[in-house]
Ligand binder design. Sequence first.
Ligand SMILES: O=C(O)CCC(=O)C(=O)O
Ligand SMILES: [Fe+2]
Length: 388
Amino acid sequence: MATAKPIYQLATPTQVYDNIRTVEAQLRSCIIDSLPERYIWPGEVVENLKPANHETVAKEKEDVVQNLAIPVVDLAGIDSASEEVRARIAREMGKACEEWGFFQVINTAVPAAVMEQVNDSAREFFALPVEEMEKASEPPGKPLMGYGGRLSFLSSKVPWVEYLGEFHIPEPGVEALAKKVWEDGNPKFCKAITDYCNSAEQLGLLILELLAESLNLPKDTYSQHFQRTSGYQGSWRFNYYTRCPRASETVGQGPHSDPVALTILRQDQVPGLQVRKGNTWITAEPLSGAFVVNVGDFLQAWSNDRFKSVEHRAFVNEKRERLSMIYFMSPPPVLNIEAPSKLVPENQQSVYRTFTYAEYLGIMFQNRVTGDFSKKALDYMRRETATE
Ligand SMILES: O=C(O)CCC(=O)C(=O)O
Ligand SMILES: [Fe+2]
């Protein structure tokens, strides 16, 4: 049955930062002449921030990276009765998740009109004056929900991004949020977001089935935990990266892996998302109509490390703002995550001990409090014997 409440309690009160729009305006009108220190990321993070596979690439690196691109999985034909087509698609998807942790998926069943409406709605919100947007802010302690400048949730520095987000499953949904901003609750906005979440959820369930099939597991191995009645947590978030007058000093998102099972992202035509491949960062090239999908930490554990939850980051730029719209799927907080025995070689233990999302979040927040981001939460779940 549905669990009572989403878990988002921070261990300590969180600082609320200034609004990025204000900082941007101050920089442009020379009231301040540099980015506030909290937005300035260390050299090793901002280094090579421009896409390695873009025009700024150093010539000698070009040969190495030019053929590297996040795999594209085409869902065309998935609804045909052909088991062969489905099995091929599942194999491609599984391979992408093993080798990259990321893929772009095209020809999904998500209607273009749904994506157009949600895109318009997101932009309608971010075009509001700051005071209006701030009506959707949540108090500290509920990170990444409502409207905000990103709190330093996954990092000790503040990224150059604004967000708007809320839980889709379980409720409250978007209505309560919209009522804070618009007197009439903006029914069109609510419908756009609800339709988007419902479509993204369906896509996510199909992907989870295909990924299980790719591992020769029963197709509902993962998807059964992401039903409306299972208490899974589904949330939507829009990331809006305004133009940044000092784009080379900061990031839109610092390097992180996602603390979820599955992430489904629609980006606009402005590049920004980069995925780690070995020692290189590869840009997820904007592909019209595609969703960028990635494995989160839970799916990595749940697949006994077959699928990889890979580090990614986002850069910002001086000339163009950028919008990404995301649907995150997280397991029920109290569900025991353990790799199916079929994935664990005989006479061996699973790579991770059994743990719950709630336990994982506790560790993640603890890291935040101590400011130690050197080890990700998932690594604390690794069995001693499995670490080198
Ligand atoms: O906006 C993007 O392209 C990346 C966003 C992201 O990685 C996140 O919000 O977790
Ligand atoms: Fe992410």
